[in-house]
Design a protein around this ligand. Structure first.
Ligand SMILES: Cc1cc2nc3c(=O)[nH]c(=O)nc-3n(C[C@H](O)[C@H](O)[C@H](O)COP(=O)(O)OP(=O)(O)OC[C@H]3O[C@@H](n4cnc5c(N)ncnc54)[C@H](O)[C@@H]3O)c2cc1C
Length: 383
């Protein structure tokens, strides 16, 4: 529909020019009004919000930053349990792959459940990414006096690199993970989803937004977290301008990591929390601290500190364009691998890559070019 309507509009303009040149001014004006009616008609608008389709401005010249992060990926899924080391207890809460922002409150709630039966006192949380901060806040609410030990403050963590779409995907390999884990992630997803809906608004950088999933093949029904998306409609080819045959339109949340982490840090400090900058070389260095109970929220760092052989990095590369408030939706898919466009208040973010086992920290120029050119193609059909 959009393509046809655009052609109709162009025909009107050409015809109007001819009529004007021939002196038929009134008729030309009438056609001009017709053109305005067409360009504001429902056919040009997005089905849910009735807003216009606005393409992000994507070009190599428009890049403001390239970013690399490493998702802490474990095929069998993230670890939440407690372990005794002589008189010390470690509660693990790590390994959330590509979904740690989404799962944060839920996974941390499960971790905090491990302290049931303990009398709240001094406790050490290792790590100040999203898992460390949400664990620390939940512990404070239960009366614990929390010190976060970390080598990096939140703005330097993987958590601050995340795109921030609420979607706990790329977290585990369902062919490898156990039924118990599948229950665990469902609980964590539901709990976290509920908590984020309570935190909606600019204070925590959490908001609802439209998401367009783009695909060359039909979508599967019954996805892992389908029940947590309140609106989900498959669009017909004449209802959207994307160059793919299958488009699934959903409502989801976006959690802006920089805002969210800063606010969690403020909340933590206001509730009496303390930060200590430490880079632990071994778990024995942790056990030399005075606290008896620790939360291990070290993400990828847990591989070395607690000898987790299953953990591997999944390198992700993102390309930032300047923010554009007119682009108020997200896209996922539409090309060869891992493409997404998230419009946030700080950037229009383009992803990405998912390279398992790759610890390198450099943005790869050929990936940047691919991410940019594939997204230019995705939005090439917009007016
Ligand atoms: C490109 C990219 C896009 C992503 N997009 C999304 C998304 O859209 N939605 C989503 O839900 N998730 C997304 N993620 C995943 C998400 O970012 C992670 O799952 C999450 O950040 C993991 O949080 P964490 O707190 O466990 O780890 P981290 O954020 O890595 O924090 C670990 C903390 O431990 C500390 N630490 C580690 N080792 C030591 C040590 N030896 N001594 C002292 N301190 C230590 C670090 O300094 C840090 O403070 C994305 C990730 C990437 C890379």
């Amino acid at each position: 529909m959009l393509g046809i309507s655009k052609m109709q509009t162009k025909n009107h303009i050409d015809r109007r020019g001819v009529l004007k040149a021939a002196g038929f001014g009134a008729l030309a004006a009438l056609l001009s009004n017709c053109q305005e009616d067409i360009s504001t008609s429902a056919a040009f608008q997005r089905p849910y919000s009735r807003k216009p389709w606005v393409a992000p401005k994507i070009s190599m010249d428009n890049i403001i930053r390239e970013v690399v992060g490493h998702r802490p990926y474990r095929p069998s899924g993230f670890v939440v349990n407690s372990e005794k080391f002589d008189d010390k207890t470690v509660v693990h809460n790590y390994g959330h792959g590509g979904g740690g922002i989404s799962l944060s409150w839920g996974s941390s709630a499960l971790a905090v459940r491990e302290t049931m039966g303990m009398t709240p006192g001094e406790i050490g949380v290792i790590g100040s990414g999203v898992m460390g901060l949400t664990s620390a806040r939940l512990l404070q609410d239960l009366g614990w006096s929390v010190t976060i030990y970390t080598k990096d403050k939140a703005h330097l963590t993987t958590s601050n690199v995340a795109g921030g779409e609420w979607g706990p995907y790329s977290v585990h390999d369902p062919a490898v993970s156990s039924d118990a884990f599948k229950e665990q992630i469902q609980f964590a997803a539901r709990f976290a989803h509920h908590t984020f809906t309570e935190l909606g608004g600019i204070d925590y950088g959490v908001g609802w937004t439209e998401l367009y999933n783009l695909s060359e093949s039909p979508f599967e029904e019954g996805g892992e977290f389908e029940h947590l998306y309140p609106y989900r409609v498959d669009l017909q080819p004449d209802e959207h301008p994307f160059p793919v045959p299958y488009v699934r339109h959903e409502l989801t949340m976006i959690v802006e990591p920089a805002i969210f982490l800063r606010r969690l840090t403020d909340d933590f400090l206001q509730n009496g929390g303390k930060f200590v900058i430490r880079n632990f070389k071994s778990k024995e260095e942790i056990f030399a601290l005075p606290e008896k109970v620790f939360f291990n929220c070290t993400g990828l760092g847990a591989a070395r500190l607690f000898d987790d052989q299953e953990m591997s990095p999944a390198k992700g590369q993102l390309v930032y364009m300047p923010p554009d408030p007119d682009v108020d939706y997200l896209t996922i898919g539409g090309g060869n691998s891992n493409l997404y466009m998230f419009s946030r208040t700080d950037t229009v973010l383009l992803g990405g890559t998912f390279k398992l086992g790759d610890y390198s920290r450099n943005p790869e120029p050929e990936e940047t070019e691919r991410i940019v050119s594939e997204h230019q193609r995705i939005f090439s059909g917009f007016a």
